[in-house]
Design a protein around this ligand. Structure first.
Ligand SMILES: NC(=O)c1ccc[n+]([C@@H]2O[C@H](COP(=O)([O-])OP(=O)(O)OC[C@H]3O[C@@H](n4cnc5c(N)ncnc54)[C@H](OP(=O)(O)O)[C@@H]3O)[C@@H](O)[C@H]2O)c1
Length: 215
């Protein structure tokens, strides 16, 4: 697994691109305005990075990351992501994304929506509850005392293992919340969303999480 394709190169996408390039991956970044608008970031990332259309970034990635505002998830290219591990960083903010009834009534979760859009991809929820800036400052080597942990959730065990390995390379422990439908446990306004947590603290936060209707 050599190339990470990023759909979205904003706060989170650019930071994940920095981490990936720093750890030896080839990186293909994309946004909505076109590759020419990403030349400064490509220059910063160095020779292992290039910019492309979202479709070409999706095609190039052995693993892909979707990190766009949730309202744009239906624009994510489907065919080039078929069969691939797709990391989903997205969160739901109605004031930004507009109201999505099935999220408002909690009959589904953000990553299940992306999984439904990408039916043959292996979606893994990750990197959704850490501030972008902390991605490049909070990582520590494996085994560090009180190492920060991040949640993963997904329906495909081998895809989750792939993402847990990537998290470990990037400097973080992982805590498995279970299948995508359990991803609500780390959504906006839950205890684990935002603060620095080690694995044990994060497991406790997942247990303590309440649905919006019960908050
Ligand atoms: N910011 C954080 O600290 C943070 C932390 C965890 C999770 N998240 C979540 O992660 C997601 C991304 O957040 P962000 O803060 O990185 O957002 P952002 O800074 O607004 O960046 C969004 C990126 O997505 C691109 N984009 C939008 N529509 C696209 C499309 N149809 N095809 C390809 N690229 C598209 C944008 O490109 P253009 O600029 O060209 O439109 C931009 O590069 C959100 O769901 C957010 O809630 C954010």
């Amino acid at each position: 697994m050599k190339t990470i394709g990023l759909i979205g190169a904003g706060h989170i996408g650019s930071q994940l691109a920095r981490l990936a390039a720093a750890h030896g991956y080839d990186v293909v970044i994309s946004n909505s305005r076109g590759p020419e608008t990403l030349s400064a970031l490509v220059a910063e990332l160095g020779p292992k990075a290039r910019a492309a259309s979202a479709t070409d970034a999706a095609k190039a990635g052995d693993i892909a990351v979707v990190t766009v505002p949730l309202k744009s998830y239906r624009q994510v290219p489907v065919a080039p992501l078929a069969g691939k591990v797709v990391i989903d960083t997205n969160n739901y903010y109605p004031q930004r994304d507009g109201h999505i009834p099935e999220l408002d009534d909690e009959s589904t979760t953000t990553s299940e929506l992306l999984q439904a859009h990408l039916p043959t991809s292996k979606v893994v929820k990750a990197f959704n509850h850490i501030y972008a800036a902390e991605l490049t400052t909070h990582g520590q080597p494996a085994g560090s005392k009180n190492r920060r942990a991040l949640v993963i959730a997904g329906d495909d065990p081998s895809a989750k293992a792939t993402v847990a390995k990537l998290l470990d390379e990037f400097g973080f422990d992982s805590v498995d919340a279970g299948p995508l439908k359990e991803g609500w446990r780390i959504q906006r306004d839950t205890p684990g969303y935002g603060p620095r947590r080690n694995a044990e603290e994060l497991r406790n936060d997942l247990q303590a999480a309440k649905r919006y209707r019960d908050q």
